[in-house]
Write a protein that binds this ligand. Structure first.
Ligand code: GLN
Length: 483
């Protein structure tokens, strides 16, 4: 599968030079979307698009060029996950409960994209409220993997990953609470970055689990994703957890050498049970890095095994509280019932899908009197231990860690019906959310023609190091990354 859409850097350059009109870029994206069958009846990538709106943004970006210095993403179409608030298109989070809901304000990440000259291009399908790993749990039906139509694109940012993999846009925004940018990036053979917690404002990202939620970026290449991240990062007074730090030029990370870098290979991420073909791909990638002068060091993150249970307690507890606001009064769907209580019950039971309902119930349970100490407090203690594991390896001189992104390649639609089995998709990704450290996935080869993702993890606010390693690996792998 090739990527017919030009890179973000090329689109910007040509738009600046006046050799490409932003409106033509929009038309090219629409033509490509039609050609690959992005619509509801086939790949089902988008839940809402508005061509006139995209064209208007394209014109606004072009206008910007004559007013000021051209933005980093001038003339670049960017798809948006449907949990990012937009002013003109609805924001439904893939849920019936938000059917037709249009936000009165815009997510900071979306505003920053526009200010950088990007063209918001449609809202993408997702697992309801970000809860899932396959984009099968959407009220709009599943998205299909553009590389293998009988398989899932991963999730929950499956629509965004598919939009990039299908060559419709070079960049898309997603969100990552436990792996929802990196795992779909791995399944679709694209690049996905989850920045450090606090690097990108969460204002306008509909909350799933606030202490774990991140806005992330998917891109065709490391450079596309790095540019997207550069555009949306930075302090925002509207998000009290956003960090007051300068934003480096992430797209310049490739200029630094990997020679002398220490790359940790954590043994817990390469268990005996790991598919040997995925292990081989990771080890081949590490060999490339060694050949470039990096030192590969075996390390241990001993508390990794407790990450999935800790994540699924904390995430669900926070979700049960965050989703309490969808009550039929303030947003979207309202189903009348017997009195106020009856209306709440009818709205919530008809508005939420099965997985979201399961999580609200479990999350409420772990927070209830008598169980709080046994579950929630314990999980928070485990979270501290997992963060300490990362701090210890980075303090010990490791620059970045390298692991597989997911334990499998893209599975068949409908093949994973047990929720617990679905949760295990995130076994290598939830740790970075619990610790708040930056992590990213990139294609490192194929198994049975399906993409395999490799994950770099760095210490807090050191995205530059992780991107330096990623640029070098992408360059060393060349065509092997997609072969
Ligand atoms: N798949 C994980 C979950 O279901 C992670 C989701 C996400 O990162 N939004 O919770």
């Amino acid at each position: 599968m090739s990527f017919p859409c030009a890179s973000a850097a090329t689109l910007r350059e040509e738009t600046c030079a006046g050799t490409r009109a932003a409106a033509d870029t929009v038309d090219a994206a629409v033509t490509r979307a039609r050609a690959v069958g992005a619509g509801r009846d086939r790949l089902n990538i988008f839940v809402a698009t508005d061509l006139a709106d995209a064209r208007e943004h394209a014109a606004a970006g072009a206008q910007q060029m004559s007013d000021t210095a051209p933005g980093l993403l001038l003339g670049v179409p960017v798809a948006l996950k449907d949990n990012l608030a937009t002013l003109t298109l609805p924001t439904t989070c893939g849920s019936r409960i938000l059917e037709g809901y249009v936000s009165p304000y815009e997510a900071t990440a979306v505003r920053k994209l526009r200010e950088a000259g990007a063209i918001p291009f449609g809202k993408t399908n997702m697992d309801e409220f970000g809860m899932g790993s396959s984009t099968e749990y959407s009220a709009y039906g599943p998205t299909r993997n553009p590389l293998a139509h009988d398989r899932v694109p991963g999730g929950s940012s499956g629509g965004s990953a598919a939009a990039v993999a299908a060559g419709i846009v070079p960049i898309a925004l997603g969100s990552d609470t436990g792996g929802s940018v990196r795992q779909p990036a791995a399944f679709c053979g694209v690049v996905g970055i989850k920045p450090t917690y606090g690097r990108v404002s969460r204002f306008g990202l509909v909350a799933f689990a606030s202490s774990l939620d991140h806005v992330g970026v998917l891109g065709t290449t490391v450079d596309d994703a790095a540019r997207g991240l550069r555009a949306i990062a930075g302090h925002d007074w509207l998000d009290s957890t956003s960090a007051e730090l300068d934003v480096p030029d992430f797209h310049l990370a490739g200029a630094s050498p990997v020679k002398g870098m220490v790359i940790g290979r954590p043994k817990e991420y390469f268990p005996e049970s790991l598919d040997p073909r995925i292990r081989d791909r990771c080890d081949a990638a590490l060999e490339h890095l060694r050949a470039l002068g990096a030192e590969i060091r075996d390390v241990s993150l001993p508390n990794t095994a407790m990450a999935i249970p800790a994540y699924y307690i904390i995430a669900l507890a926070e979700a049960s509280s965050n989703l309490a606001r969808f009550d039929g009064v303030r947003y979207g769907l309202r189903v009348e019932g017997d009195g106020l209580r009856g209306m709440y019950e009818a709205t919530r039971s008809q508005g939420f899908g099965a997985e979201v309902t399961r999580r609200i119930l479990l999350g409420t349970y772990v927070l209830s009197a008598g169980y709080y100490d046994a579950y929630y407090r314990k999980a928070q203690q485990v979270r501290t231990l997992i963060a300490a594991d990362f701090s210890a390896v980075f303090a010990g001189g490791v620059d970045v860690l390298f692991t597989p992104t997911a334990p499998t390649t893209a599975f068949r639609i409908g093949a994973v019906s047990d929720p617990y089995e679905m949760y295990l998709s995130d076994i290598f990704t939830v740790t970075a959310n619990l610790a708040g450290v930056p992590a990213m996935s990139q294609p490192i080869g194929r198994v049975d023609a399906l993409p395999v993702g490799g994950q770099f993890i760095a210490t807090h606010f050191d995205e530059m190091k992780m991107l330096t390693a990623a640029y070098a690996l992408e360059c060393a792998l060349g065509a092997e990354a997609r072969a």
